[in-house]
Design a protein around this ligand. Sequence first.
Ligand code: COI
Length: 355
Amino acid sequence: MSVDVSNIKISPVSKSKIDTVDFDQIPFGRVFTDHIFQAQYKNGQWGDMEISPLEHFSLHPSNLALHYGQSIFEGMKASADKNGTPLLFRPEEHARRLNRSARRMCMPEFPEELFMEALTELVTLDRNWIPDRPGSALYIRPLMFATDEFLGVAPSETYTFVIMLLPVGPYYSKPVKLWADTEFVRAVAGGTGEAKTAGNYAASLLPSKMAKDRGCDQVLWLDGKERKYVQEVGTMNIFFVFEDHIATPELDGAILAGVTRNAFLTLLRAKGYDVQTRKITINEVMEKGQNGQLKEVFGSGTAAVATIVEEVRYKDEVIKFDPEAAEVGPMLKQTIEDIRHGRQEDLHDWVMRVE
Ligand code: COI
C-alpha cells in the first residue's frame, strides 16, 4: 500500500522487525529502524521523495562520492515524553548546519521546510523504535552524497539525500582518555573542519587507532598550524572547567560548531557560570591540570551528550581527573536529557513535539 503526504510517497513495511531487537543492549550505529527517507536531486531540484523500507543502495563503481568524498551528514536525536510523544532536539539547527556543510562542499542545500517534513513523517512512522531506557535515544542520521557516475574532479550534478533512524544506547559508556596528538591534525584554517563531511572523519581514523594503541580512547586535536591550541575531539567538542571559569575553544573555522556545544554554553550562562569561548593552549591545559586549577574536562556532542574525560596525555605528560568528582558535565548531561524527554521546562525552545 502507498499513501501520499504532500510530496512524500510513503510505502510502509508489511511487517516491522522491531521484535528482533534487544532494546536492553543496543550497540551504537548497528541497529536500524524499518524505514528510510530518500530524495533525489537532478536538473537543479529535489524530487522523488519517498519513505520506504530500509534497503541497500545500488551504486555504480564510478560514484563520485566514493572517489572524491562529496558526502555530508548530520547527527541528531529524538526521545519520547512520558506519554510517548516523540520530541526532536533542535532539528532546525541541524537542518541549517547541514546546509552550511552543503555550501562548503559545493553541494545543493536541502530546503529546511522539506527537511522538517521528511523528519516528522519518518519519526512518526517509526516512533515505536524510540527507546525508553535511560541514556538511550533514537539517533537520526541525515546524509547527502553525490551520485554522478563520473571520474572527473568536479561537483556532482546529482545527489541523494536520506534520513535513517537508529535506536542507540550511549556512544561512550564510560569516561574517556584523550591523546593530544602532535603529529597529525584534523583540520586547518580554510579547510573543511567546520563542515560535517566524510573526509574529516576518514582523516581521523589512523591517529585515533594510534591513540587507542597507546591506551587512549580518542584524539584531542590541536590546531593545524602551530600544534599549540586545543580544537576538539572529532566525535565531540571539548569543555574545560577551570577553578574560576569554564572555557571551550572558540570556533575558528576548523572546529565543528556543535549543536550540543551551543546548548551547553546557553545552559551554563543561564545558570550563572562564567563561560568563555577562547583560544586554549595545550600547555595551559596540562599546567593547570597538574597544579589543580583545572578541575574537570568533558566533551559535548549529540552522540556523546556530555562525556567525562578522565585523562589527557600530551607528549610524556599525563593529567588525570577523578570521574566521581566531576560536577558540571554530569549536571549538563542530566539537564539536557531532562529537556529532551520533556521532564524539564524547555526554556530555550529547543524541543519540537511530533504530534
Ligand atoms: C554525532 O554526535 O552525532 C556525531 O556525528 C559524532 C559521531 C558519532 C560521528
